[in-house]
Design a protein around this ligand. Structure first.
Ligand code: ATP
Ligand SMILES: Cc1cn([C@H]2C[C@H](O)[C@@H](COP(=O)(O)O)O2)c(=O)[nH]c1=O
Length: 219
């Protein structure tokens, strides 16, 4: 069986990823595909425990980096790789681009060290142990930090990341832009400042362009 497509959604907090995930899953299911919806940090019992620590406990940046990649490794081994091997579409709310944007650009953690951890955590996985697992497509919801702050104001109690100042999110947004420029077309920019309907249309167009919304039943 052919490996399923791996799609991640990225962007600063409040960019609108979660608002559009369900519609994308519905569109893929309507095309006859099995869809696994998951998120990072999280997606397994162990990684969800690490998520709670990451979102609510104070820690230094190296500890944060190590926990993010530990959660990711468990998530890949337990959930993502088996789903892809079954031929499912994996829709993941954040993946490694978030580590480069938040820990790298946001907190100033060394990008070369992040690249080493990326290689370590994302290789050695059957059926292709020698290649590094990466999303096939990343939908990058690009929104200026001030607009994201306006959208999030009063919506929910902020977690440890969401209490960071706007300057932090401006750095994170630039980190995503840099990562996108180096992604060789894997990351597709979605103008998240537009109205919901237009954001959804951009997202579906990017997925349709890969042929993943064409009927999968009986194909
Ligand atoms: N295009 C849009 N226009 C206006 N408001 C929007 C738009 N998209 C989402 N919102 C609103 O912005 C807020 C943040 O959206 P959402 O929770 O989807 O962002 P997110 O990227 O998933 O954030 P986080 O990563 O922090 O969970 C929500 O209140 C949502 O209803
Ligand atoms: C994967 C990943 C996530 N983060 C941060 C980014 C967000 O602030 C939180 C997750 O919260 P969300 O409501 O699910 O968006 O975690 C990070 O800093 N590094 C990462 O690799």
């Amino acid at each position: 069986m052919m490996r399923g497509p791996f799609i991640s959604l990225e962007g600063i907090d409040g960019a609108g990823k979660s608002s559009h995930l369900a519609a994308l899953a519905d569109a893929l299911r309507a095309a006859g595909r099995s869809v696994l919806l998951t998120r990072e940090p999280g997606g397994t019992p162990l990684a969800e425990k690490l998520r709670q620590l990451l979102l609510h406990e104070r820690m230094d940046v190296l500890t944060e980096v190590l926990l993010v990649f530990a959660a990711r490794r468990d998530h890949i081994v337990q959930v993502i790789a088996p789903a892809l091997a079954r031929g499912d579409v994996v829709l993941c709310d954040r993946f490694t681009d978030a580590s480069f944007a938040y820990q790298g650009a946001g907190r100033g953690f060394d990008r070369e060290e992040l690249s080493k951890l990326e290689l370590l955590a994302q290789t050695g996985i059957a059926p292709e142990p020698d290649s590094m697992l990466q999303p096939d497509l990343t939908l990058w919801f690009d929104l200026p930090a001030e607009l994201a702050a306006e959208r999030l104001a009063g919506v929910r109690a902020p977690d440890r990341f969401e209490t960071e100042p706007q300057a932090f999110f401006a750095r994170v947004a630039r980190g995503y832009a840099e990562r996108a420029a180096q992604s060789g077309g894997r990351m597709v920019r979605i103008d998240a400042a537009q109205q919901r309907e237009q954001v959804a249309a951009q997202m579906l167009a990017a997925v349709a362009a890969r042929g993943w919304l064409e009927g999968a039943r009986g194909g």
